[in-house]
Design a protein around this ligand. Structure first.
Ligand code: PXG
Length: 287
């Protein structure tokens, strides 16, 4: 496996980062998780735009244009001969000293692209749905660390994940500081009721898969609601599902012990998954 590091392809065993890198010392950086399907990088431009927006807010000046970054992703996939892949793009502020001050990072930011085979969730989860719980750790306050930033500091989500797995669950709902549903640790959340598809409008990552689902729903004539959602609405919806690059669309059939709808993956969820699969065949950058 070859890793892209600042313009060079390095063997996995030799792809090392300095202990003075601010990504290592402080989680000072940004990342993206992207997928390719049969030689098509799904919504690559949107992922790159989100990466550059995170970097802009963090005041990390990525030394490549967006077009060059797209090319670097494609080149890494070709170098590794991968047609169906998970792509992890990581940017750090680069090497500094043992202080927080970003001005001490005088070299260039570090750009790493790792491409690997995708590990899929089990078929059983897609066919029968998953049970999830709400965890005590709330999602970061937008004025502390905005959940829209896909920063390298993912401890908020990791703490929530630990709480979920301590209770025997693989995914968890995180509420925002006001008690409204924000998202899951690595996925956005949707509910369906009376022909309306609803998802939280704030306090969550603006997922690429989320955006695709919202577009598909509008095309299908479904009403779409983006706003504040409570757990009560989740417990009493007809269908619930999660979206993310890795998981795609995964049905949820139980939340905090409450059975959702019929207790089986719903028709709208199945329809969205079929339409999403269709989109992954046409929508992206071909290589
Ligand atoms: N919310 C959060 C907090 C995420 O990290 C999503 C939603 C879904 O966004 P996309 O753009 O993928 O539709 C994510 C992204 C993992 C893992 O290993 C998952 C994500 C990121 C990093 C790692 O499960 N999901």
């Amino acid at each position: 496996m070859k890793i892209y590091m600042n313009g060079k392809f390095i063997e996995k065993a030799d792809a090392k980062v300095s202990v003075f890198d601010h990504g290592f010392l402080y989680g000072d950086g940004a990342f993206e998780g992207i997928r390719s399907y049969d030689g098509l990088v799904f919504r690559l431009k949107e992922h790159i735009d989100r990466l550059y927006e995170t970097a802009h807010t963090l005041m990390i000046d990525i030394p490549l244009t967006r077009e060059q970054m797209i090319q670097a992703v494609v080149d890494t996939l070709k170098e590794n001969g991968l047609r169906d892949a998970y792509i992890r793009l990581v940017i750090t502020r680069g090497e500094g000293d043992l202080g927080l001050d970003p001005r001490k990072c005088i070299g260039k930011p570090l750009i790493v692209i790792i491409t690997d085979k995708i590990t899929l969730y089990s078929k059983d989860l897609y066919e029968n749905g998953m049970a999830i719980i709400t965890v005590p750790t709330v999602r970061n306050h937008p004025e502390a660390l905005n959940p829209q930033l896909k920063s390298l500091n993912y401890l908020n989500n990791i703490l929530a994940k630990i709480e979920a797995s301590n209770s025997g669950f693989s995914e968890a709902i995180m509420l925002d500081g006001s008690g409204y549903v924000a998202e899951c640790t690595g996925d956005n959340i949707f509910i369906v009721k009376n022909g309306t598809l609803s998802t939280p409008s704030h306090g969550r990552l603006k997922g690429i898969t989320r955006d695709v689902v919202l577009e598909l729903a509008s095309q299908c004539g479904l009403n779409v609601f983006e706003g504040q959602i409570t757990r009560h609405e989740i417990y009493n919806c007809e269908e619930c599902f999660l979206t993310g690059t890795a998981a795609e669309i995964i049905p949820v059939v139980k939340v905090d012990g409450r059975v959702i709808g019929s207790g089986k993956p719903g028709d709208m969820t199945k329809k969205m998954l079929a339409l999403f699969k269709e989109a992954t065949r046409t929508d992206g950058v071909r290589y």
